[in-house]
Design a protein around this ligand. Sequence first.
Ligand code: SF4
Ligand SMILES: [Zn+2]
Length: 324
Amino acid sequence: MSESSDHLIDDRMIISLRGNKNSVDPKMPYGWLVEKERTSSGKIEETGIIFLTNRECPFHCLMCDLWKNTTDDTIAIGDIPRQIEWALEKMTSVKHLKLYNSGSFFDKRAIPEEDYQEIALLLKGFETVIVESHPRLINEKCLKFRDMLEPELQISMGLETVHPEILRKLNKQMSVEDFAKAASFLKSQGIPSRAFILLRPPWLNESEGILWAESSIDFAFNAGVECCTVIPVRAGNGAMDFLMNNGEFTPPDIHSLEMVLEYGIGLKKGRVFADTWDLRLFSKCEKCLDKRTSRLIEMNLTQQIVPEVECECTKHQAPCTKQL
Ligand code: SF4
Ligand SMILES: [Zn+2]
């Protein structure tokens, strides 16, 4: 772990380094897409994602840029169902749906509880609905929503890293015990959960970034999650750019993402995915970027280890992954 400077990382520092929010409409999701995902039953199926517009998350994590597409105030009752209805008209023949709201679905200032019933009605006929939540907001309210739903509810939570000092400095306001408690509660209630895991948060060198991501996958599966998604850390939210300019953060290499994905899949404890959005940010070699991207996508879909990409850029790299 590299030396970190002694600036205090807190809400005030993180917010002060932000740029402007994008202009969003509370009557419309700020995005939607359909992508293929391997389901827990092993089939590769189309999954819709609706990026709901709502009030900003009350947590201010160091690496988060989701505030960019949020409102300052709680939106009106009925707005979220209308956003879902609008997006569902665009996605026919989708059986699985992610409702991602740039925060926690169970934050009542983001998604009013009065909307749960209408949301549940709109989701009739789906097989799976996945929402996201901060682990500290996992409680009986999740069961209330689950009991209204016809599809199976799954919940994604950010574990981020099990490095205790770095987790604290990420300002997530959560301990690994909080995560384990939430995962265990969900498991006891029959609700599958998935963990978001960061690859190379600030203050770690490349090999430490790999090892801590792998340890975080181990921890998440031991805590009872059914699936892990590894997210290479990027700049772009103000605070991360500040740390990058200060030499405290360097984005990970795409090759490290491949190694961590191989490790996770090799555990055979559940599905492990790599986030493949904008991988250009993590590659210094134009020659193999497309091949590595295709390899990651194929491993995501098959959950098998695909032969490595041969390229001169990795010929002299020492292996630094954990031994299974
Ligand atoms: S809890 Fe999630 S949405 Fe909220 S600030 Fe942290 S990373 Fe962003
Ligand atoms: Zn290369």
